[in-house]
Every structure is written in structure tokens, then in C-alpha cells.
Write a protein that binds this ligand. Structure first.
Ligand SMILES: Nc1ncnc2c1ncn2[C@@H]1O[C@H](COP(=O)(O)OP(=O)(O)O)[C@@H](O)[C@H]1O
Ligand SMILES: O=P(O)(O)OC[C@H]1O[C@](O)(COP(=O)(O)O)[C@@H](O)[C@@H]1O
Ligand SMILES: [Mg+2]
Length: 549
């Protein structure tokens, strides 16, 4: 728990192993939840800057938490020296790189951390922070010592190839790394497939293509075989691009590497078209997906308004989180109803979907409905029970768009005896297969560079990503402990409801319950900043979560 800033403590220095000067934080407490500050065995490890007594690092991989005054909390990421204390350091080659050496303050200050919550009240605690990403003065790898590998796992997402390209070019151009391997076909590729040597020439124009040149897969995460392969090949930097499942897999790989005491940095780059990874502002590929979805929505609208009682149904991706559907709806303005997993709906009776469709048909002559693939799960599983999982253990969903379309047709044609024309469009895989758009491509560069700087600086067991617009290193556990979801008691969903004029499908009692639940268990979700909003509540005190379990 965060300590009160008013408690008198000795003044410690916060050790940043990658800068030649010590950082200072007022009254930080460096501890792990499993090992008390006084019992840490690595605290006597010699450090090159001589600050070995200023902090304590656990030998166990538990959250590294620094607390400071005013409810300040730093949720730090692991570093190779946590378990390999005597590693030598080298000057960062960027110091003499003509492109970078002229950049004022190019190197990140050791004290820089990024606040998770930026809307605060006068007396709010300062709250959770993450280590700011970027190049450090010192690195823990010599350029010709680095043997990096890149793997892509899980579903496709626009921008995957751009991240691969930027990792290869960034490693090569900034740090002169020559040995970079592409692992084919996801995690199982470490032990069951060939590798591809990656050079800037090989990846030069792959960002113009959708998919991943490395291939991907679900399942097949065999930790010891993967780490054996890393060890056998002499790989010492592992760049893992993937979603929540992939980041969980990367966390286990990191733990095994740490257990074996290997000098191998593991960096995660979060990939999810669904935008379901928490903490980060948004995921790459999301903007591209929202943009591409406009074409399908537009087609549905054209079809629907060209006929009498035209109904257009568009299914968009979003297994558990309806961000693509919500943002595509807000962007399009042609959508009359958006259905997402987070907001339950019902078909029959007053306030139900059928009633709303009939109203729109009577008033406008047509209606466009966008439905996220995970919406209406309860309804659909009541009528079509199915309990399948994919190789990664994700639930295999039924086609909710088809189910909804059949039900609507049945209701209006057979029961209401209305002459309707319904067109169902499922553009999901067409959307997922496009290359990243311009803004995603720039974003992918920043993610790749953050990951490279972090690994070169000896950080490990981290995911990169922007938090309130500033790129940070986030411990794996923070991005895997829960899923990012649309908060339907938030203003963005209210904006959507007012833009479509659709019913909320919720009665006031359910809304009140949702508000209470949100406050209790999910204050962080409110800090998601896709809409630039941040809701700081009195309950959002600096209380670092122990996500080690
Ligand atoms: N809890 C877990 N522990 C280890 N590996 C996992 C875990 N969950 C998923 N994985 C692995 O991560 C990879 C990608 O996961 P998946 O859920 O398919 O996609 P995504 O990473 O996009 O969520 C798969 O190879 C899967 O075996
Ligand atoms: O058909 P697949 O490859 O299993 O993918 C379907 C799933 O992939 C996604 O696009 C992304 O999921 P992941 O982030 O887990 O890869 C989901 O929206 C969708 O449910
Ligand atoms: Mg996933």
C-alpha cells in the first residue's frame, strides 16, 4: 500500500541502473511484496555507480514498487541487474550518432515517470506512475553482442509488419545490431519452425502489406521448449508482438529466463485490434480498423436507404470489448444502433431492439445496426449453446451478426408481416488484413523504438505503450491482469447513445448497479484515454496492485 507522505523516513535515492547519475525521489520505499526491504538478498550487489545501499531488489519476480511523497507510486519494471548484478555497462552508441546526438535531452532522465492519472484534484494522491521509455545514457549490451529475435502471436492486426520493420531498422540503425531472427509461426515456431534472418533490406517495404511476414498462431506455448530454443540459439533480446494471451506467454518466458539466470531481455509490444489491453491509451491497428470499418458501414447504409424498410447489419470485431464498434459508429454517423458486449440488450417488448427498429423504419425508412462480435453473448448462447475454445483457450464465438439478422427477418417478416430487406455485412477479416494506416504506422515506430531502448538499457519483463500520450515501460502483470472494456457509465458511451438515439436497453436500477461496480472494481478503466478523459475519484488512491499472482 502507498505510504503516507507525512511519515518521516530516511531520504533514499532511487537507483536507475542505466544512467550514470543517481535519481532522487523523496522517501521512496523500494520493496517487493514478498520480500521485506531489509531481507532482500540482492541489496548488497555491487552497482557500477556505487549506490548499492540505496535500494533493495527482490530476487523474486514480484512487483517493483517505489513509493514517494504525496501518494506517489512507481510501478517499475524488472531489470537484468535484479538477478545478474555484475553486468558491465557501455555508453549508448546514440551518443555519437549524428542524428540523435544533436537532439537536446535525447536521453531520458532517470527520474522521469509517467502518471497514469492526469486529471487530479487539489488533494488527490499523486497515484500510479510507470517508468518513462526512451534511450538511456548507458546500455547493457554491446552492439555486436546482441542477438535479437522477433515473434508475432495471436490474431492478425493492421501494423504488425510495421512493428517488425521498425524493430529491425531501429536495432540496426540506432544500435548497429546485425543479428536479428524472425521466429516463424508464433510461439510454437521457437521449437517447431525455421527462423528467418531479418535485415533492413528484407523488411524494407513490408509495412505496405497486411498480416505478418513471420506468420502467427494460437496455442503452442511450451515455455521450457521456447526458452531452450532461446538459450540454444544464443538469443539475448526477445521481442514479442501480441495481445493479452501473448503478453501472458511473454511473462512466463521472462520468469523462466530469470529462473535460469540468463542475460536475455524480454520486451512485449501490445497488439490487439480489439483495443482490449488495459493501461495503454490504445493499441496499434485500432485506428486503421475503425477507418476501414467505415467502408462496410457506408455500404450497409447505401443498401439500406435504397430500398423500402431497408435494414443494414454490420458485424465488427470485438470479442469482449466493443471499442471498434463504438468508435466506428461515432465516426460514421450513419449508424442508428450500436451493440457491444459491455452493454446487454434485449429484442422483444418495450424498450427492446425490435421496437426501436420498427420506429426507425417508420420514421426514416431504413436502419443501420453495428454489432460487435461478442455482443449479445447471453442471448445467443441461450438459443444456440456452444462451448468451444480455440487453441489459446479463447472462447469461439457464434456468428452474432448472422443470428441477429435471422431473428430480425423472422420477427418482421413472419410475425409483424412487414416487407423488409436486410443485408448483412461481415467485413471482420477484411478489416483485420489491411496494412496499418498512416497514424498507426507512426505509432508502430514509437512502440518499436521504445522496446529497443528498453531492452538495450537492460530492462526486461515489460510491455511498451503510451500512457496519457507518453510512452512508458509497464510490467507485464499490469497489462494481463484484466481486459480493457468500454465503460458504459462513461461519457463516451453517453455520446454514442446521444449520437444514434438508440435506447440504452438498461433500466435505471441496472445503471446504478453498473456505476457502483465500476467504482469498486474498475477505477482504472475510467482512466483509459481514448476520449481524452480521465476520471479521478476519491477511491483512486495510490494503491499499487500486487499482480504477482
Ligand atoms: N496464460 C497463458 N500463458 C502462456 N501462454 C499463453 C497464455 N495465454 C495465451 N498464451 C499464448 O499466447 C499466444 C497468443 O494468444 P492468443 O490468445 O491466441 O492471442 P492474443 O495474444 O492476440 O490474445 C498463443 O500462442 C497462446 O498459446
Ligand atoms: O478467427 P481467429 O483468428 O481466431 O480470430 C478471431 C478473434 O481475433 C480477434 O480479431 C483478435 O483477438 P486476439 O487479440 O486475441 O488475437 C478477435 O476480435 C476475434 O474474436
Ligand atoms: Mg486476446
Amino acid at each position: 500500500m502507498a505510504s503516507s507522505a507525512s511519515i518521516s523516513r530516511p531520504r533514499f535515492r532511487c537507483f536507475d541502473p542505466t544512467n550514470s547519475y543517481p535519481a532522487t525521489l523523496d522517501h521512496p520505499r523500494y520493496f517487493s511484496s514478498a520480500v521485506s526491504p531489509s531481507s532482500s538478498s540482492s541489496s548488497s550487489s555491487p552497482r557500477e555507480n556505487g549506490f548499492r545501499d540505496t535500494m533493495e531488489i527482490s530476487n523474486n519476480s514480484v512487483p517493483k514498487i517505489v513509493t514517494g511523497e504525496g501518494g506517489y507510486v512507481l510501478e517499475d519494471v524488472p531489470h537484468l541487474v535484479d538477478y545478474l548484478p555484475d553486468l558491465p555497462t557501455y555508453p549508448n552508441p546514440l551518443q555519437v550518432n549524428p542524428s540523435y546526438s544533436v537532439v537536446k535531452q535525447y536521453f531520458v532522465n532517470a527520474d522521469d515517470t509517467v502518471a497514469q492519472k492526469i486529471v487530479v484534484h487539489k488533494d488527490s494522491p499523486r497515484g500510479t506512475h510507470f517508468r518513462r521509455s526512451g534511450p538511456r545514457q548507458k546500455v547493457y549490451f554491446e552492439s555486436d553482442e546482441v542477438h535479437a529475435c522477433i515473434v508475432t502471436c495471436g490474431g492478425l492486426c493492421p501494423g504488425l509488419n510495421t512493428v517488425i520493420r521498425e524493430l529491425v531498422c531501429g536495432l540496426n540503425h540506432m544500435y548497429h545490431v546485425k543479428r536479428i531472427l524472425g521466429i516463424e509461426g508464433g510461439y510454437r515456431g521457437f521449437y517447431a519452425r525455421n527462423t528467418i534472418p531479418l535485415t533492413p533490406k528484407v523488411v524494407n517495404d513490408i509495412h505496405k502489406r497486411g498480416g505478418t511476414i513471420l506468420g502467427t498462431s494460437r496455442g503452442g506455448h511450451d515455455t521450457s521448449k521456447i526458452v531452450d530454443s532461446i538459450q540454444d540459439r544464443g538469443i539475448n533480446q526477445v521481442y514479442v508482438i501480441g495481445g493479452d494471451g501473448t503478453q501472458k506467454g511473454a511473462a512466463v518466458i521472462f520468469e523462466e529466463i530469470r529462473r535460469r539466470g540468463l542475460k536475455v531481455a524480454v520486451a512485449g509490444i501490445p497488439k490487439t485490434i480489439d483495443n482490449d489491453i488495459p493501461v495503454i491509451d490504445k493499441s496499434f491497428g485500432f485506428d486503421s480498423a475503425v477507418e476501414e470499418a467505415q467502408r462496410a458501414i457506408n455500404a450497409a447504409h447505401v443498401e439500406a436507404e435504397s430500398v423500402e424498410n431497408g435494414i443494414g447489419v454490420v458485424k465488427l470485431m470485438g470479442r469482449y470489448s466493443g471499442f471498434i464498434a463504438m468508435y466506428a459508429t461515432l465516426a460514421s454517423r450513419d449508424v442508428d444502433c450500436c451493440l457491444i458486449p459491455e452493454s446487454p440488450f434485449y429484442l422483444e417488448g418495450p424498450g427492446g431492439l425490435y421496437e426501436y427498429i420498427e420506429k426507425r423504419l417508420k420514421e426514416d425508412g431504413h436502419i443501420v445496426i453495428v454489432i460487435a462480435e461478442g455482443a449479445g453473448e447471453v442471448l445467443i448462447s441461450e438459443s444456440l449453446p456452444k462451448d468451444e475454445q480455440d487453441a489459446s483457450g479463447n472462447k469461439v464465438l457464434q456468428d452474432v451478426g448472422l443470428w441477429l439478422s435471422e431473428n430480425i427477418k423472422d420477427h418482421f417478416s413472419k410475425r409483424r408481416k412487414m416487407n423488409i430487406t436486410l443485408k448483412y455485412i461481415d467485413p471482420t477479416y477484411m478489416i483485420r488484413a489491411i496494412p496499418g494506416n498512416a497514424s498507426d504506422n507512426v505509432y508502430c515506430t514509437l512502440l518499436a523504438h521504445s522496446a529497443i531502448h528498453g531492452a538495450m538499457a537492460g530492462y526486461t519483463g515489460f510491455t511498451v505503450g503510451p500512457v496519457n500520450g507518453r510512452h512508458a515501460y509497464i510490467p507485464f502483470c499490469r497489462v494481463t491482469e484484466r481486459q480493457n472494456k468500454v465503460v458504459i457509465t462513461d461519457r463516451m458511451w453517453a455520446r454514442l447513445l446521444s449520437s444514434t438515439n438508440q435506447p440504452s436497453f438498461l433500466d435505471p436500477k441496472v445503471v446504478a448497479k453498473k456505476v457502483a461496480e465500476t467504482k469498486e472494481e474498475d477505477t482504472e478503466a475510467e482512466a483509459q484515454l481514448l476520449d481524452g478523459e480521465n476520471h479521478i475519484e476519491a477511491t483512486a488512491a495510490a494503491d499499487p496492485k500486487d499482480c504477482s499472482g
